[in-house]
Design a protein around this ligand. Structure first.
Ligand SMILES: O=C(O)c1ccccc1N[C@@H]1O[C@H](COP(=O)(O)O)[C@@H](O)[C@H]1O
Length: 238
């Protein structure tokens, strides 16, 4: 089976302008993210996100990003914005994350020295729709624009794996080829200032992901599992 049949999903995060939301959709992004984490330079009010959501093209997901927000705030966002996915970047547990009736992504802090192994993560977050490995933790915030050592992503994940943290048009090709993720997520690397997306960098980011999707490395080809959407990082046999 040709690797070109696999498409790495792309999420552009930290939208603050409706025009950027529309452009992301037109460039072929699979999802855009609205950040509700207190203190983020990309923070938006639920009302602003609700308005921006109108700019989303059909078949593009909206993701609401939180970091240890109170449940009442998450509920308010779910009610106002109607996101297709929630993304949790803090110490939220599975019961909290799944308590809003919306599928969720759990961000895993790769800035921490003690990273859970695949089994421990999946036992801790059994309801997670996917795991997003990011460079936060160890004193670093989400949306920091810094990378981590991609080889530290644990093997044996049976849920889709997303990679984030310091991705950019300059390094996303290498990230995709190295990790074969379900998806990639970027904020800083496609911006001219926090929350202000740069259209040309978004376009180049998408082009680099597509270039990586078409890149064939013979020793990795066999790791793709037709029919499951699974990759080397996603072991559905467990
Ligand atoms: O973008 C933010 O400001 C943010 C704040 C709090 C939690 C998560 C945040 N964004 C997420 O951070 C990663 C990596 O971002 P970057 O590309 O390194 O800037 C990504 O998953 C965003 O969704």
């Amino acid at each position: 089976m040709s690797r070109t049949l696999f498409r790495t999903r792309i999420k552009f995060c930290g939208m603050t302008r409706a025009g950027d939301v529309r452009l992301a959709s037109e460039l072929g992004a699979d999802a855009v993210g609205f950040v509700f984490a207190e203190g983020s330079p990309r923070y938006v009010h639920p009302e602003e996100a609700r308005a921006m959501r109108q700019a989303l093209a059909p078949l593009v997901d909206s993701v609401a990003v939180f970091r240890d927000n109170p449940a009442a705030q998450v509920r308010e966002v779910v009610k106002q914005v109607r996101p297709s996915l929630l993304q949790f970047h803090g110490d939220e547990d599975d019961a909290f994350c799944r308590g809003f009736g919306v599928p969720y992504l759990k961000a895993v802090p790769m800035g921490d020295t003690a990273i859970d192994n695949a089994i421990a993560l999946q036992v801790r977050y059994p309801a997670a729709a996917a795991f997003l490995f990011d460079s936060h933790g160890g004193g670093a915030e989400g949306g920091s624009g810094t990378t981590f050592d991609w080889s530290r992503i644990p093997d044996g994940m049976n849920k889709p794996v997303m990679v984030a943290g310091g991705l950019s048009p300059e390094n996303v090709f290498d990230a995709v080829v190295a990790t074969l993720p379900w998806g990639v997520d970027v904020a800083t690397g496609v911006e001219s200032a926090p929350g202000v997306k740069d259209g040309e960098r978004m376009r180049r980011f998408v082009a680099e992901v597509r270039r990586a999707d078409c890149h064939v490395e013979p020793d990795l080809e066999a790791d793709r599992q037709p029919g499951t959407g699974a990759t080397r990082r996603t072991d559905h046999s467990r």
